[in-house]
Design a protein around this ligand. Structure first.
Ligand code: CA2
Length: 141
């Protein structure tokens, strides 16, 4: 089973800035833990600060992965292109946010992704990514 994780802009800074909102663990360390815990799963990880690169990654991985875990970061709230890309691919997508976007500024309550995703997990920190993996495993997607 192949699961792709795609992170959007600035998530490469996780663990290095704003720990009060985003926690203190870097994504690379978290991904190592995930790979150790789910040794039978093939993980593909992609992070970009560029909207078009995220669309390209969705198109590519949308043909290969059994499931995609996507945190589009700030593009969640602005990107029609990312929403359209999700609608156009075969792989199911779970939208994950580290912070509780609904408890923050109003503009973070808007998502161009949620309606195209299988579901959304927000506010559970990095655990949200693990819960998304568990969901894909439970559905054998
Ligand atoms: O909570 C999330 O996962 C977000 O997708 C994170 C985005 C934000 O724009 C969304 O509204 C919610 C921001 C990612 C920035 O990540 C940082 C991590 C560490 C330090 C600074 C930024």
């Amino acid at each position: 089973m192949k699961i792709a994780i795609i992170n959007g802009p600035n998530l490469n800074l996780l663990g290095r800035r704003e720990p009060g909102i985003y926690g203190s663990k870097g994504f690379d360390a978290f991904l190592d833990e995930l790979k150790a815990k789910y040794a039978n799963i093939s993980f593909e990880y992609f992070q970009s600060n560029i909207e078009g690169e995220l669309v390209d990654a969705l198109q590519k991985l949308g043909k290969e992965a059994d499931g995609i875990i996507l945190n589009p970061a700030a593009y969640t709230h602005t990107s029609v292109a990312i929403g359209d890309a999700i609608a156009a691919i075969d792989s199911p997508v779970i939208e994950v946010h580290v912070s509780n976007v609904h408890a923050r500024e109003d503009f973070r309550k808007i998502s161009h992704v949620s309606a195209k995703a299988v579901g959304t997990i927000a506010g559970l920190g990095l655990t949200g990514y693990q819960l998304a993996v568990d969901y894909f495993i439970s559905k054998k997607m």
